[in-house]
Design a protein around this ligand. Structure first.
Ligand code: IMP
Length: 430
C-alpha cells in the first residue's frame, strides 16, 4: 500500500481542496508538512463549505487523525481561531484527532508586522506575500532564534526565549523606524494562548511512525505549489518553504521512503497571485474570461488571480523537480467554449529558445512564450465521469498535455463536486 503526497504543481490554487478531500476520505492520517496559514483550502462536504488555512483537510472528516508537522510554521493565535471557526460549524477538534509537532516553529505577531512592513515599504523587492508572517518565521527558524511549539509547554522559560528573539527583531525594527516590540506583552499573550495549544503538542514523528507500523494510510497534504518552492520556484517570487514532495519526509519527521506515490495537482490553465514572472499570462479579454469562469479569487486574501494559458514547459519542469508520478487535472470545464486554446511549450529569451524556464529570469521582460495552438470544444466537460462523456477535442487536449508534461493523468476533476472525477488510477492502490 502506497502512502500518498499531494502537491500543487503550478503557483498554488490548482483546486487542491477537492482532490485532497477526495483522497483524505481514503486516508487514515492527513499530514501538513510545510507552509502555514498562508494556504487556503476550500472543502465542500454535503453542501457545507469549510475554508481551512492551517488545519489539515482531514480535520473535517470523522475518524481521521490530522497532523501539523514540524515543517509547518504555526501561528498559535490563528490555530486556535481556526479551530473555533470549524467547531462553530459542528466539527470537533480534540487531541484525539489533531496533533501538532512540538518542534514546529511559531509565527509571532512580530513576524506578521515585519511581513506587512516589508510588503508596504517602498524599498526592496515586493513579493506580494499573504502578509501572514510566513517568511520572517522561517528566517528565524534558520537563524536558530525561533520559538517553537514546545516553548509554549514551558511558560517559565518564555521570558528568556522572547528576550533572545527580540535582540534580533528590535535591532531590525529600529532600523526600519518601527517601535520596539514589547517583550512583556508578547510573553503575556503567549502564556495566555499556551494552555489552548498545549494539549495538541506531540512528538509527531513518533505518532506517524506508529501509524505506519499499524498499517494506516497516510496522506501528505502540500500547500502552495512547486513554482513557489524556495529552491525550485521563480525565486525570489516564492514562498519561504520547500513545497516539493521531497519535503513531505523532512517536514513530518519520516524518512525518504515515506511517500509511495506523488500526485501533482495541475490546473488546465495557469493562475498566479502576487508578483513574479508568468510567461503565459493573458492581460486581455481571454485572461478575464478565464478568471471569471474559474472564480479566480484568493481564499486567504481575496486577491484577484492573474490568469493565462497552460504552460507545459513549466509544468513539466515542476513535475520533474517534485518527482510526481501522476497528475490530477482540474478545472477543465473552465476551458469549455473556447474556439482555440494555446499551450506554452517553451520560451524565447534574448533570441535563444528554451524548453524550460532557466533560473534567474526577471519579471517577464524579454521572455516570449512559444505556443502550440489546439482546437477548442463547444460541448461541456462539466460533471463528466468517463472519457466517453468528454468532447473529442477535450480528450485530445488532455492527451496532448500528458505527452508534453511526460507524466500520466491519474484523474481529471470536472466540477467542484467530489464525485465528479474521471479516474484512471487510485493513488492509494499500488
Ligand atoms: P507568503 O507565502 O505569504 O510569503 O507569500 C509568498 C508568495 O506565495 C506570494 O506570491 C503569495 O501570493 C504566494 N502564496 C502563498 N500561499 C499561497 C497559496 O496558498 N496559494 C497561492 N499562492 C500562495
Amino acid at each position: 500500500m502506497a502512502d500518498v503526497a499531494v502537491i500543487g504543481a503550478q503557483w498554488g490554487d490548482e483546486g487542491n481542496g477537492k482532490i485532497v478531500d477526495w483522497l483524505s476520505a481514503r486516508a487514515d492520517v492527513v499530514v501538513r508538512f510545510q507552509g502555514g496559514h498562508n494556504a487556503g483550502h476550500t472543502l465542500v462536504i454535503d453542501g457545507a463549505v469549510y475554508k481551512l488555512s492551517l488545519l489539515p483537510s482531514g480535520v473535517v472528516r470523522g475518524g481521521k487523525l490530522s497532523v501539523i508537522g514540524s515543517g509547518v510554521v504555526v501561528d498559535p493565535f490563528a490555530l486556535i481561531a481556526e479551530i473555533a471557526r470549524v467547531e462553530s460549524q459542528g466539527v470537533k477538534v480534540t487531541p484525539d484527532n489533531l496533533a501538532v509537532a512540538e518542534n514546529a516553529t511559531l509565527i509571532l505577531p512580530l513576524h506578521q508586522e515585519l511581513d506587512q512592513m516589508r510588503e508596504t515599504s517602498n524599498s526592496g523587492v515586493r513579493i506580494g506575500t499573504t502578509k501572514r508572517g510566513i517568511g520572517p518565521a522561517y528566517e528565524d527558524r534558520a537563524g536558530r532564534r525561533a520559538l517553537r511549539v514546545v516553548d509554549l509547554l514551558k511558560p517559565e522559560e518564555l521570558p528568556a526565549k522572547v528576550e533572545n528573539i527580540l535582540v534580533h527583531h528590535n535591532a531590525l525594527r529600529r532600523g526600519f523606524g518601527l517601535a520596539e516590540a514589547d517583550a512583556g506583552a508578547l510573553v503575556a499573550a503567549l502564556r495566555e494562548i499556551a494552555p489552548k495549544v498545549a494539549p495538541f503538542a506531540k512528538p509527531v514523528w513518533r505518532v506517524l511512525d506508529e501509524a505506519r507500523k499499524a498499517g494506516k494510510r497516510i496522506l501528505f497534504e502540500g500547500a502552495q505549489g512547486v513554482l513557489l518552492d524556495v529552491d525550485h520556484g521563480t525565486y525570489p517570487y516564492v514562498t519561504s518553504s520547500n513545497t516539493v514532495a521531497g519535503h513531505a519526509a523532512t517536514g513530518s519527521g519520516l524518512g525518504p521512503r515515506a511517500v509511495g506515490y506523488v500526485l501533482g495537482i495541475v490546473k488546465a490553465y495557469t493562475t498566479r497571485v502576487g508578483e513574479g514572472p508568468f510567461p503565459t499570462e493573458l492581460t486581455d479579454a481571454i485572461g478575464e474570461r478565464l478568471g471569471e469562469r474559474g472564480h479566480e479569487f484568493g481564499v486567504v486574501t481575496g486577491r484577484k488571480r492573474r490568469c493565462g494559458w497552460f504552460d507545459a514547459a513549466l509544468v513539466r519542469q515542476s513535475l520533474k523537480v517534485a518527482g510526481v508520478d501522476g497528475i490530477a487535472l482540474t478545472k477543465l470545464d473552465v476551458l469549455d467554449g473556447f474556439e482555440e486554446l494555446k499551450v506554452g511549450v517553451g520560451y524565447r529569451i534574448d533570441g535563444e529558445v528554451y524548453d524550460y524556464l532557466p533560473a534567474g529570469v526577471g519579471l517577464g521582460a524579454g521572455i516570449e512564450p512559444v505556443y502550440e495552438t489546439m482546437e477548442g470544444w463547444s460541448g461541456s466537460t462539466a460533471r463528466a465521469r468517463s472519457w466517453a462523456e468528454l468532447p473529442a477535442e477535450a480528450v485530445k487536449y488532455v492527451r496532448r498535455l500528458e505527452e508534453l508534461i511526460e507524466t500520466p493523468v491519474a484523474l481529471v476533476s470536472t466540477s467542484p463536486e467530489r464525485e465528479d472525477v474521471i479516474l484512471m488510477k487510485d493513488p492509494f492502490q499500488d
